[in-house]
Design a protein around this ligand. Structure first.
Ligand code: DX5
Ligand code: ZN
Length: 231
């Protein structure tokens, strides 16, 4: 997806850390900062211990921005809500392997609507859980915190998991995007991009940054530095 610029790095600020009374301003700020996508965290109070936003809000976001809406479903039995999120305007729907009874069927369902499909693994979920996916996915999201809240600290063991997944994908000749989500900022973006991640979610670090455009530039520079180091 969108690999032509910025070394293939895509940065997706999460509106979870925005002031929800000012969502339009948050969307404009994300766009003006030079970031690539808007990450939307959907939580149902069952799969994760928090409740956030649903299809009506995604529909409002869709009307308020032309940016790519990357919708991360942290909900049980996501099949039930796929049609609603598609009509709301999601460009990509990511579901959790832990929340799907029949993962392949869920991915197929998302693809039938003609949008992109991602699968996500919580930190404790092994990579083996996605070993047998006949249906190709566009993106694998490795959670780098336990899903549920913004502002948590990066789990250091996840660097090895990212590296292992990238090595496996390279071995199989599959050029799939690896997204990471949770606790990412200027202190660790080099580490995760060197390990093989290329789509970076950033929530609290982005919204707490005094200059969001500078913050995005710093992330890009550090990621570029990491990829040069690898050559
Ligand atoms: C956590 C969410 C993340 C979160 C990231 O369950 O999926 O997208 O908003 O926020 P930070 O960057 O603050 O960890
Ligand atoms: Zn997320």
């Amino acid at each position: 997806m969108k690999k032509d610029t910025n070394n293939g790095i895509i940065i997706a600020p999460s509106i979870l850390s925005a002031d929800f009374s000012l969502l339009k301003e948050a969307l404009d700020m994300i766009k003006e900062s030079g970031a690539d996508w808007v990450h939307v965290d959907v939580m149902d109070g069952h799969f994760v211990p928090n409740i956030t936003i649903g299809p009506p809000v995604v529909e409002c976001l869709r009307r308020a921005t032309d940016m790519f809406l990357d919708v991360h479903l942290m909900i049980e039995d996501p099949d039930k809500f796929v049609p609603d999120f598609v009509s709301a305007g999601a460009d990509l729907l990511t579901v959790h392997v832990e929340a799907c009874n029949h993962l392949n069927r869920t991915i197929q369902l998302i693809k039938e609507y003609g949008i992109k499909a991602g699968v996500s693994l919580s930190p404790a979920t092994p990579l083996a859980s996605i070993e047998y996916l006949p249906e190709p996915v566009d993106m694998i999201l490795l959670m780098t915190v336990n899903p549920g809240f913004g502002g948590q600290s990066y789990i250091p063991q996840m660097t090895g998991k990212i590296r292992k997944l990238r090595e496996q994908l390279n071995r199989d000749g599959r050029n799939i995007d690896i997204q990471i989500d949770g606790g990412i900022g200027t202190d660790n973006i080099k580490e995760v991009t060197s390990a093989g991640a290329n789509i970076i979610v950033t929530g609290s670090a982005f919204f707490n940054a005094p200059d969001p455009a500078l913050f995005i530039k710093q992330l890009r520079d550090l990621a570029a530095f990491a990829s040069q180091g690898e050559k």
